[in-house]
Design a protein. Structure first.
Length: 712
C-alpha cells in the first residue's frame, strides 16, 4: 500500500512456449522413386533445428531409420540429450541394395517435441568394376537389377527361350534369339528383367495342350493323340516400369514345332521372327515384326500380338495340333494343324551399338548385364585452412575463406559446412547450399577471434551421392591493423618502376607481420592483377628500422618493433607505359596467415615524362637567325599541378656544349623565335630541338604527334 492509501495490482501474462517446427532435413535427401545413393555404410544424417520462439534451441533429438518395404524400424536412437544436429549411423545398420528412409524429431529447451520430419529415402549400393557381369537365369518371375553407385554404362544382353518340341522326334524346335545394346545408367536406377522360359514339349496323351514358356510363349495345340510344343518365352529388359511399353531390349522366343518334318526351324529373334517350314505345306505361323504379331494361315490358330505368341490350332480328329508362337516384341503366330508356330521378334529400341541375331539359344532364356563404365564417388582431396590436430590448429582470421578441391565423375551440386567450438558444440551451420563453388566465405561476426574451431564439409554430386569429410581445426587470430599508404599519392603518374610505401599498422598480439600488395587495371582488382607477398618472396621489399634506415625485409616477417614504421616495395618488372593502375596494400599475420583490411585504393599512371630530341643535328651553312616551329601535341590539364611542357632549340648543335634556348613561348604563340647565340666552337653550324613533357599531377593523356620547322 502506498502513502495515498491504495495499492496497485500488476497482471502478469504467462509466457507460452510453442513446439519446435518440423525439423528441415538436409542430407541425405531423396524420394522413394529417386532415393539418395550412398557410397558409405555409415552415413551422416543431417538436419536443422527450427523454432518460432526467439532464442530457443535444440536440447534433444531422436532419429529413426526404417526399411521402406515394410516400414519396420531398423534403428532407433531413442531420445538423445544433445544440441548437435547430425547423427552418424553406426556400422551394420545399413545393408546394401535395400531402400531405407530416415526421420528425426527435435526437442526445445522446455522439452517440447516437434513433429517427425518428412521421410528422406536412401540406398547403399555396391561398387562395381569394369567387366563385372551380372547373370539372370530363368525363374518364372520378374527380377530386378539396381544399378551400383559407381556404374555409368552397361551392356545388356538377352537370349530368348527355345520353343517346345513335338512328341517323339526332335525336329529342331525354334531356338531363341539374341539381342544386345549399351545403356547409359544412373546410380540406384532399377531395371526390371523378364527371362523367358522354354516352351513345354508335347506329350503323347491326347487332348492335352502344351503351355507356352513364361513371358509370352503361345500355347501348343492339342491333338487327338499328341500335343504340339508351346512357344518359347521372350527375354526382355524394362526401364521406368514393368509394362510392355517399358521394354528397352527384347530377344524373341522361338516357336514350338508340331508333326511336320521341318526344313527350317521357327527361330525367334531378329527384327522379324522366322516362320518354320516343312518345305511343302507352309502352314506354320508367321514371325512377329516390329509393328505387328505374326499372322496365321488358318482360322483355328491365333495371331501373335504385342509381347505374346499366338496359340496353336487344336486338332480333335488327327494326331497333332498346331504349335505355339514364340513370345517377343511382337509374338509369332500360332501354327495350324501339324504346323510350327512363328518366332517372336526382337527389339533394340534406342540402345547404342545394338544388334540382334535369330536362333541362338536352346532351353530357357538368359539375361546378362556387364559393366562398361564406372565412376568414383565424389571426393574432397584437400581443404584449407585447417589441421587434423586440435592441439595444433591452423591459423585463420575470424572470417575465414574455406576452400576445397573436388573430384568425381559428376559435378558438385551442393555443399554444407558445419563449424564446432572447442567443446564440440555446433557453433554454425551453413545449411545445404546448392552450388558448384569450391569455396565458402564466412561472414564477419560469426566466429569469435582467438578461439579454436573445427569445421566439417559434406559435398554432394549431381547424382545425389554425398561425401562427408572429417573435422579440421583452426584458430581465429586478430589480423594486423590496416596500413596507411604514403606514396605514390593518389592520381599520380609514376616511373615504369615505381616504389610503393606505407605506414605499418598494429598487430594486437604483437605477432610478426608479412605484407601483400596488389596492382590491377581496375578498382575491383580483377583485371591484370599483379600480386606480391613478403611471405613468398622478399625481393624488392624493404622495411624501416628504428634508426630510420631501410633494410631488406626479414624472411620471418617484421616483428612488433617495426609497427608504425614504414614498409616499401620496389616493383621488379616495368609497368606498361601510359596504363592506369590501382594499388592497395595489407598486413598479414606471420603466425596464422590472417590478412588484415586492405588499405585505401590509390590510382597511378605509369610513365611520368616524355623526353626527346632529334636523332642527329641538322647541318646549316650559317647560324640560324630566326626559327618558326609548328608542334602538334596533347597536354593533360587535370590535377592540382597540371602537366607541363618545355621546348628548347640551339643553332650550334655540333658544339660540345650547345647553347640551348627556351622556345616554348614562341611555339605556343605561333611566333618566330630569334636566337640570341651567334658563336660556335666547331667548324659547322647545326640545328637541334628537344622537348620535355612532365605529367606532374595529371592523369590525362599526354601525346606528341610531330612538328614542322622553318628558319632563316
Amino acid at each position: 500500500m502506498n502513502a495515498s492509501g491504495y495499492s496497485r495490482i500488476i497482471a502478469l501474462e504467462p509466457i507460452t512456449n510453442t513446439a519446435p517446427n518440423t525439423p528441415p532435413t538436409n542430407n541425405p535427401k531423396g524420394t522413394a522413386d529417386t532415393p539418395a545413393i550412398l557410397s558409405v555404410s555409415t552415413p551422416k544424417l543431417d538436419w536443422s533445428f527450427s523454432d518460432s520462439d526467439p532464442g530457443d534451441a535444440q536440447t534433444k533429438y531422436q532419429v529413426r531409420i526404417k526399411k521402406a518395404s515394410d516400414n519396420s524400424i531398423v534403428h532407433d536412437t531413442g531420445v538423445v540429450t544433445s544440441a548437435v544436429t547430425d547423427y552418424d549411423v553406426p556400422a551394420g545398420v545399413i545393408q546394401k541394395n535395400t531402400l531405407y528412409y530416415w526421420e528425426v524429431q527435435t526437442y526445445d529447451s522446455a522439452g517440447v517435441s516437434s513433429s517427425w520430419s518428412s521421410p528422406e529415402y536412401f540406398k547403399l549400393t555396391d561398387q562395381a568394376s569394369v567387366g563385372d557381369k551380372f547373370t539372370f537365369n530363368y525363374t518364372g518371375a520378374p527380377q530386378s537389377f539396381t544399378v551400383p553407385g559407381n556404374v555409368m554404362k552397361v551392356k545388356l544382353e538377352a537370349w530368348g527361350a527355345q520353343g517346345g518340341n513335338k512328341v517323339g522326334v526332335n525336329s529342331d524346335p525354334g531356338k531363341g534369339g539374341y539381342a544386345k545394346g549399351e545403356l547409359t545408367v544412373t546410380a540406384g536406377e532399377i531395371l526390371n528383367l523378364y527371362v523367358g522360359g522354354k516352351g513345354t514339349d508335347g506329350v503323347s496323351s491326347g487332348q492335352v495342350n502344351s503351355p507356352g514358356g513364361w513371358n509370352g510363349g503361345g500355347i501348343g495345340g492339342k491333338g487327338a493323340n499328341n500335343a504340339s510344343g508351346g512357344g518359347g518365352g521372350a527375354s526382355d529388359v524394362r526401364k521406368g516400369g514393368t509394362a510392355l511399353a517399358n521394354r528397352i531390349l527384347v530377344a524373341g522366343g522361338g516357336g514350338g514345332v508340331s508333326g511336320s518334318v521341318l526344313t527350317r526351324g521357327p527361330y525367334g529373334g531378329g527384327l522379324e521372327g522366322l516362320r518354320g517350314s516343312d518345305g511343302t505345306l507352309e502352314r506354320g505361323g508367321y514371325g512377329g515384326t516390329q509393328s505387328a504379331g505374326g499372322a496365321v494361315t488358318g482360322s483355328g490358330a491365333t495371331a501373335g500380338s504385342l509381347g505374346v505368341g499366338g496359340n496353336g490350332e487344336n486338332n480333335t480328329s488327327n494326331s497333332y495340333g498346331g504349335a505355339g508362337g514364340g513370345g517377343g516384341y511382337y509374338g509369332g503366330g500360332g501354327g495350324t494343324i501339324s504346323s510350327p508356330g512363328g518366332g517372336g521378334s526382337s527389339y533394340l529400341g534406342t540402345l547404342a551399338n545394338a544388334e540382334t541375331t535369330a536362333g541362338l539359344r536352346e532351353g530357357d532364356g538368359l539375361i546378362t548385364i556387364t559393366v562398361l563404365e564406372v565412376s568414383n564417388p565424389p571426393t574432397v582431396t584437400s581443404r584449407a585452412p585447417g589441421s587434423t590436430d586440435q592441439t595444433n590448429p591452423a591459423g585463420s582470421n575470424a572470417a575465414p575463406l574455406f576452400s576445397w578441391d573436388y573430384s568425381g565423375a559428376f559435378t558438385q551440386a551442393k555443399y554444407q559446412i558445419k563449424i564446432f567450438n572447442a567443446q564440440g558444440t555446433l557453433a554454425h551451420d551453413t545449411g545445404l547450399i546448392e552450388s558448384s563453388a569450391k569455396q565458402h566465405q564466412m561472414a564477419e561476426g560469426v566466429l569469435t577471434a582467438g578461439e579454436v574451431y573445427g569445421w566439417e564439409l559434406t559435398v554432394t554430386d549431381s547424382k545425389n551421392v554425398s561425401y562427408p569429410t572429417g573435422r579440421l581445426y583452426i584458430i581465429t587470430n586478430r589480423p594486423p591493423g590496416g596500413l596507411t599508404p604514403v606514396s605514390p599519392e593518389d592520381r599520380r603518374r609514376t616511373t615504369l618502376l615505381p616504389v610503393f610505401e606505407a605506414t605499418i599498422g598494429d598487430d594486437v598480439e604483437n605477432d610478426p607481420q608479412h605484407f601483400i600488395i596488389q596492382l590491377a587495371e581496375n578498382s575491383g582488382f580483377t583485371a591484370g592483377l599483379i600480386e606480391r607477398k613478403t611471405s613468398t618472396d622478399v625481393t624488392g621489399w624493404e622495411v624501416k628500422t628504428s634508426d630510420g634506415g631501410y633494410v631488406t625485409f626479414p624472411a620471418e616477417g617484421a616483428d612488433a618493433s617495426f609497427e608504425f614504421g614504414s614498409v616499401k616495395y620496389s616493383i621488379q618488372t616495368p609497368l606498361t607505359e601510359g596504363k592506369t593502375y590501382y594499388w592497395r596494400i595489407a598486413g598479414m599475420d606471420a603466425v596464422t596467415g590472417a590478412r588484415g583490411n586492405w588499405s585505401e585504393v590509390r590510382r597511378i599512371r605509369a610513365g611520368d615524362k616524355i623526353d626527346f630530341s632529334l636523332r642527329s643535328p641538322v647541318k646549316t651553312s650559317a647560324a640560324i637567325q630566326r626559327l618558326l616551329i609548328r608542334a602538334q601535341y596533347t597536354l593533360a590539364t587535370d590535377g592540382e599541378n597540371p602537366a607541363k611542357v618545355r621546348f628548347e632549340a640551339c643553332n650550334n648543335a655540333f658544339d660540345e656544349n650547345p647553347a640551348w634556348e627556351d622556345v616554348t613561348a614562341a611555339i605556343q604563340s605561333g611566333d618566330y623565335y630569334k636566337f640570341a647565340n651567334t658563336e660556335k666552337t666547331t667548324d659547322d653550324w647545326g640545328f637541334n630541338i628537344r622537348a620535355l613533357f612532365e605529367a606532374n599531377d595529371s592523369l590525362g593523356p599526354i601525346e606528341f604527334y610531330g612538328f614542322g620547322i622553318s628558319f632563316d
